[in-house]
Every structure is written in C-alpha cells, then in structure tokens.
Design a protein around this ligand. Structure first.
Ligand SMILES: Nc1nc2c(ncn2[C@@H]2O[C@H](COP(=O)(O)OP(=O)(O)OP(=O)(O)O)[C@@H](O)[C@H]2O)c(=O)[nH]1
Ligand SMILES: [Mg+2]
Length: 418
C-alpha cells in the first residue's frame, strides 16, 4: 500500500491530482485545508491537502456478494465524490468572492469581526464538517451494505488494527447468522462479534501433569522481553505451582545477558546453566532432567539474519523442547509480525507469546497471525514486573483486547444518534 499527500489550491484540484496518479481505486484517508494566515484563514495562501492510500497488491477474486456490495459501494462513493466536488466548488467560489472583496475594499475586511464575518465563519465550519463526514465515508470504501450497528462494528475492528478481510468476514458472518431483530440489538451484536473473535484463537493444549524434564524454550527477535518472560514463568512455576524449576540461558552473545538472568536466578534460588554450544545444551538438559520444568532463554535474533537464526536452531534442536514459544511484542506492525513468523518458522515454534500489551494500542494484528499460523497463544505479558505482569492468553482475553472499543461507547458519545 502506498500513502501520499496531494496538494492543490482547491480540494478538487488535490483530488484530481490524486486520481491522476493513483487512479479511481485510491482511498482518501484525510482531507484538510491548510491555512497560511489571511483573514479567517482565507486569502493568505491557503491550500488543500488530500492524503490518499493506494493498494498496489494484485486484487483477489472477490465473492459474488462482495462484488455486489462493492458495486453498490462504488455507486455510493460516486455520489459522495459528486457531493465532494460540489462542496469544493462552493468553497472555491467563496474563496474567490472573498479575495475580490479584499481587493475592492480592504479597509472593510480589516475591520474588527462583525455579523458578516460571523456568518462566513459559521458557513465555513459547516463546509469543513461536511468535508470531514465525506472523507470518513470514502475512507471505508470497502464497507459492505450493512445495518448501522454492524457498520460501527466494522469501523471499530479496523480501528483496532484488524485486517480488512478479517473484519469483513466477521461482520458478514454476523449479518448472516443473526436475525433482523437481533441485528438491531446492540448487545446481541456485541456478544456475537466478541465470541467470533475469541473462537479464532486456538486454545493451547494442556500439559500432562507429573511429567519430569518438561522443556520450554523462548525464541524471538531482540528486546521483545524473552529474558523477563523466562524469569516470570520460572518464578510462577516455583512459587505458585510449587514446581522444581531450572533455567538455561543460551544468550552468551549480548553483553550483560548472563548477569541479567543470573541476578534473578540468585534471588529466586533457581539453578541456572549457561551454555555456549549445542553440546553444552544437551548436557544441561540432561543435568536438569529430574526437574519438573526447564526454561530456556535464548539470544535475541533479528529476523533479517537468517544465518544467526539457523545457528540458534542448532541450540533448540539440541534442547529438543516440548514447547517453543515465539515471543512477539504487541507493538509490532502486521508486516513485522508476519516477517518474524516467516523467518522463525524454521525453529518450529508451537506457541505464540505476546509481550508489552501494556504499551500497545490494540492486538488486532494478532488475529491475522492466528489465522496464518494456526498456532495457540500461550501468554500475554502486561508490564515489566516479575512475576506479576503475565497472564494466560485465552481467546476471551485476546478478544477483549481487540474488541475493546465497544459500539455502546459510540452510542453514548452520540455519534450514531443521527
Ligand atoms: N512495558 C513492558 N516492558 C516489558 C515487558 N516485558 C519486558 N519488558 C521490558 O523490555 C525490555 C527488554 O526485555 P528483555 O527481557 O531483556 O528482552 P529480551 O527479548 O530478552 O532482549 P534480548 O535478550 O536483548 O533479545 C526490558 O526493559 C523489560 O523490562 C512487558 O510486558 N511490558
Ligand atoms: Mg534476553
């Protein structure tokens, strides 16, 4: 997707430039008038700025229903664009008149605000708000023909970083499943949407109790919180579940990495082994085989260095873990998350673990990863405190973090009362 700003003396001129370069499929994300002084912001060199996005990826073949709804949307957008053009020319006329007046009688316009300027100001703000509404319509151009409540859900999902295809799938299934009266009932819609998001996450299999020498390894890019999470998991194992736990670190690369885990292991009285080679990993696993759980912290690797990930793979193979958690920060973009998953797949992760959810705006991105990988999510971490800031990642918990801007909030804020 390309995003670009187009500038013109009028909104129409900026939109025309956009269409010339991006074609008719471009989506306007924002339209604004940039004021450079002058009376009421007019006549001082103002210009219009249209921010637009254009998807360069090849189009997927849409379903019949999607084709129909897109055709309807295209027609609706044409209307909307027509209105936009009309408003833009009205705005342009007003601008010209004002400029003319300024040339004829500058002394009048430089006078203190009077009733005339108040009316002008009011009209300008009406035009501005109309332009805002139109931009909002165009922004969600793929929005299918849906009831008001489902439209709000769709927009809310997109704003929570759920991919457009997944958001469409969720609202269309809801539209299909619920009866007419249920669709008008906000809590019925909310509960359907919430449950369908929760069901998209696979539950992690339950570990068999009483099995000794269970090995859990954490892998992932640099700085995501692997060491902190290993410390949290080991402390909970020891303090909450009363297990015999041991720690192994294979991070002998980063300065201070060993000291970081050693300081924690000393305080928590958990044995720690530092391994420099895959052979030492085999020995350490053997040494701790009588322990209930062995947690392995590994060196952070950039997804861009395939050879370093391969080298890490030799340590993981030597450990032969029961669980390999791919640790990802909630702050990552969808593209980054996809790239990391692709590159770390060779380490055969069988769990996904999300850190730093306390810093993230939304977890919608992870719905896409759940779909691509079909892997269960094990834990989410919610802060830096060891061991408090960690929770099991149930489907409900994740759904709550994705569908958190409930439609009910929109209604109370008055946005859907029109
Ligand atoms: N806000 C927040 N910070 C976290 C969380 N988990 C870890 N951190 C912080 O993230 C930073 C990096 O944590 P580490 O545990 O050292 O990360 P790492 O993945 O082991 O890093 P490398 O070993 O360098 O790859 C530290 O400042 C942690 O306190 C979390 O859930 N929320
Ligand atoms: Mg670390």
């Amino acid at each position: 997707m390309r995003i670009k700003k187009f500038i013109g003396l009028t909104a129409k001129e900026a939109a025309d430039k956009m269409r010339e370069e991006f074609g008719e499929d471009a989506v306007i994300l924002n339209t604004r008038r940039v004021s450079k002084g002058g009376l009421l912001g007019i006549g001082g060199g103002d210009y219009f700025e249209v921010t637009a996005a254009f998807d360069e990826a090849p189009m997927k073949v849409p379903s019949q229903t999607a084709v129909r709804s897109r055709q309807e949307n295209a027609a609706a957008n044409e209307d909307v664009l027509g209105s936009l053009r009309q408003l833009a020319s009205k705005f342009e006329e007003k601008r010209k008149t004002d400029l003319d007046q300024r040339q004829i009688a500058p002394q009048v316009l430089q006078a203190p605000p009077n009733i005339g300027t108040e009316i002008l100001q009011q009209e300008l703000s009406e035009v501005k708000s109309a332009l805002g509404e139109i931009a909002q319509h165009i922004k969600h151009s793929r929005m299918p023909v849906l009831s008001e409540s489902l439209k709000n859900v769709y927009v809310s999902l997109l704003e929570n970083e759920v991919e457009e295809d997944i958001a469409l799938e969720i609202v269309q299934a809801c539209n299909h499943k619920l009866s007419g009266s249920e669709i008008d009932n906000q809590s019925a819609v909310d509960s359907y949407i919430f449950n369908s998001i929760a069901r998209k996450f696979v539950e992690a299999p339950v570990r068999r109790v009483g099995r000794k020498g269970y090995v859990v390894a954490l892998v992932g890019p640099t700085g995501v919180g692997k060491t902190t999470t290993a410390a949290k998991l080991a402390s909970i194992g020891k303090l909450v579940r009363g297990e015999n736990v041991a720690l192994i670190t294979a991070d002998t690369y980063r300065i201070g990495a060993i000291d970081q885990l050693k300081a924690f292991a000393d305080i928590a009285s958990i044995p720690l082994s530092v391994v420099y080679t895959p052979d030492e990993m085999i020995s350490a696993i053997r040494k701790f085989s009588g322990f209930d759980t062995i947690y392995i912290d590994t060196v952070g690797r950039s997804q861009r260095s395939a050879d370093k990930i391969m080298e890490l793979g030799r340590f993981i193979d030597a450990a032969d873990p029961n669980e390999v958690h791919l640790v990802l920060s909630a702050n990552f973009s969808l593209n980054t998350v996809r790239d990391i998953y692709k590159k770390f797949k060779s380490l055969k992760p069988n769990r996904l673990l999300i850190t730093k959810t306390d810093e993230a705006v939304s977890l919608g991105t992870f719905l896409s990863l759940a779909k691509d990988s079909r892997l269960p999510f094990s834990f989410i971490t919610t802060g830096q405190s060891v061991p408090d800031d960690i929770e099991p990642a149930s489907g409900e918990k994740l759904a709550k973090m994705i569908y958190k801007i409930g439609v009910s909030e929109w209604i109370t804020s008055g946005e859907t009362n029109a």
